[in-house]
Design a binder for this molecule. Structure first.
Ligand code: PLP
Length: 429
């Protein structure tokens, strides 16, 4: 089939706007009459820096990122950030804890015997270091497992595990009143939209809202719902997302980090100190300090991927004068259309997650039209493909159907899927 004939609902990488791809394809051969393709230009050229800075500015504009945040382009994907957040936030914790010890002793670091400081810090690490994870699906679970692998399970605190309130399966968000937050954790981590399980937080968790000096350091994975709704960025210490779902092509990962987590506000503990404390030392390419200091050009970055993201943002800014609020209205409408069609036929379809945890981006459901769910789903997928609705198979770990309803799915695409759901429910049994 031709590109125009299909609507692709795959979970990622996702569809990119055709016009953006056409411009990008031409730029690969010859970028702006320079005689060189964009992937051939040096990442250190003025041209590359221009693309990078414009993309950063447009992202900041579209999401209203406040001035006290830095935007970083990294590599290693969302999975790389599972590790990076741990390394960097543990560093911040150690550095702050060290400062506290020095303050209590009333001495400068250079005046205290190193072993005394190490001993006191070691005690603090052993007794107090916790990293909090709210586990609501496969990706936050993976992130928490990575933390346990890097620093040891004894330092990982699962604040809540959604499986415990839902027969061992993901699909609900545990009540905030049941969350068991640590005292002064290195971060409180959660995944705003669980791509595999179709679970999305309805908004910023109230319990994590800033409250003065005791404000929690909140870190969120927004890989699969960024740019689809307004987010209160000032409530976060850090937000990260891979580009490949709502922003651009696979290959760059974006980090929005509060500047007070970077030098000079907070230092970086010396590798020798971390080694003595038995804490991991992160790879230099995952160090937010290093990437920030070099305006994301510490090492070779795919400027072509940054360019694609920049073109997507340009088109979003041109389409929605009210910026991300405009996209949010469309995203909400598309999701409502599809869920309404599913809910209208409870005999044929069952949405997997609980109503108040339903994702607008990844709509997960089972087909119960025939006696056998397996047969029903095969029939559904076959019929969908015939209509040009592709990529609807659920994640291999959970099965079922998943319609990934990212920004590049047009309203007409969601309408086609909703119409097919209605039609399928009338299939003779
Ligand atoms: N986080 C979420 C919410 C995801 O959906 C994914 C991938 O689909 C990841 C993290 C992992 O991203 P990556 O494959 O870029 O490492």
């Amino acid at each position: 089939p031709s590109r125009e004939e299909i609507t692709y609902f795959g979970a990622g990488p996702a569809l990119l706007p055709t016009e953006v791809l056409k411009t990008a394809a031409a730029s690969l051969v010859d970028y702006n009459n320079t005689g060189l393709g964009l992937a051939e230009h040096s990442h250190r050229s003025e041209l590359a820096t221009g693309i990078l800075n414009t993309t950063k500015d447009d992202l900041a504009k579209y999401l209203d990122v406040p001035n006290d945040y830095e935007i970083l382009f990294m590599q290693g994907g969302g999975s790389g950030e599972f590790s990076a957040t741990v390394y960097n936030m543990v560093n911040v914790w150690v550095e702050r804890r060290k400062q506290k010890i020095l303050k209590e002793l009333g001495v400068e670091e250079s005046k205290i015997p190193e072993n005394d400081l190490v001993q006191q810090l070691q005690k603090a690490v052993d007794e107090e270091l916790k990293i909090d994870y709210v586990v609501t699906g496969s990706w936050s679970l993976k992130a928490s497992q990575e933390a346990a692998r890097l620093v040891g399970a004894e330092h990982v605190n699962v604040v809540a595990d959604a499986r415990k309130i839902n027969d061992g399966k993901f699909g609900k968000i545990p009540e905030e009143s049941s969350w068991k937050l640590s005292k002064n954790p290195a971060m409180v981590y959660y995944c705003d939209n669980e791509t595999v399980d179709g679970v999305e937080f309805p908004g910023f968790p109230k319990i994590l809202e800033p409250n003065g000096d005791d404000s929690p350091l909140v870190v969120a994975d927004m890989s699969s719902n960024i740019l689809s709704r307004r987010i209160p960025i000032k409530n976060y210490s850090l937000i990260f997302f891979g580009a490949q779902k709502n922003l651009g092509s696979t290959g760059i990962t974006v980090v929005i980090i509060k500047k007070n987590l970077l030098p000079p506000v907070v230092g970086t503990p010396a590798p020798t100190l971390l080694r003595k404390l038995g804490l991991p030392i992160g790879p230099i390419v995952l160090s937010y300090e290093t990437i920030a200091k070099n305006n994301s050009l510490y090492n070779t970055l795919s400027i072509f991927d940054v360019y694609i993201a920049g073109q997507v943002l340009k088109s979003l800014l041109a389409t929605f004068t009210d910026k991300v609020d405009g996209q949010q209205a469309v995203a909400d409408k598309k999701a409502q259309l599809i869920y309404a069609a599913l809910d209208a036929h409870p005999e044929s379809f069952k949405v997997v997650p609980a109503k108040d945890a339903r994702s607008r981006m990844n709509i997960c459901f089972r087909v119960t039209h025939l006696e056998s769910v397996d047969e029903s789903e095969k029939l559904f997928l076959k019929g969908a493909v015939e209509k040009g609705l592709t990529g609807l198979k659920g994640h291999r770990s959970v099965g079922g159907i998943r319609a990934s309803n990212y920004n590049s799915i047009p309203l007409t695409g969601a309408e086609k899927l909703a119409a097919f759901i209605e039609e399928f429910a009338k299939t003779p049994k």
